[in-house]
Write a protein that binds this ligand. Structure first.
Ligand code: HEC
Length: 132
């Protein structure tokens, strides 16, 4: 009985502590991974267009524009890496790849796939260097 009460109150104390720790975290704690998850959400929807064969500039442009806007925040989201030359270069590589797609919106699935491959390459190269 004493053991069970001890266990339950121990668990409760742990939950309270975890809750306090979490509430002390500010936006910048979650922002790097949040940004990456938004990228992934946009890419996944674009790949969905490829899989369904429903590619069109009207469907692709809003996603590409979102990814381009998110890409402005790579440096602010990673303050420790923002002065790292290679990190910024990978960011530029992604921004350039999306700019190319925005400049001539892909009107076939093949064209969209090429643009997504270029973007994905930039994601992968930054991850290779900076994601541990
Ligand atoms: C300039 C560098 C850079 C670019 C470009 C980049 N990432 Fe990342 N990404 C990172 C870093 C650094 C991490 C590790 C973040 C961490 O764990 O704190 C990461 C982590 C991730 C994660 C895992 C998040 C998690 O919850 O652990 C996903 C998913 C991801 N990136 C998707 C993408 C996609 C999709 C793209 C391209 C559209 C992309 N990233 C472009 C640097 C980059």
């Amino acid at each position: 009985m004493v053991f069970v009460i001890g266990l339950v109150s121990g668990l409760f104390a742990l939950l309270v502590i975890l809750r306090v720790v979490e509430s002390r975290q500010t936006w910048d704690t979650h922002y790097p991974r949040a940004l990456m998850h938004l990228y992934q959400a946009q890419l996944a929807q674009l790949h969905g267009e490829l899989a369904a064969g429903t590619c069109s500039p009207a469907r692709a442009l809003p996603r590409l524009e979102t990814m381009r806007a998110l890409s402005n925040d790579l440096e602010p989201a990673f303050p420790d890496l923002r002065d790292h030359r290679r990190f910024v270069a990978h960011g530029d590589q992604l921004r350039d790849a999306i700019d190319v797609a925005l400049a001539s919106p892909p009107d076939t699935c093949a064209a969209l796939e090429t643009r997504l491959d270029d973007a994905q390459r930039a994601c992968n190269e930054c991850h290779r260097d900076f994601r541990h």
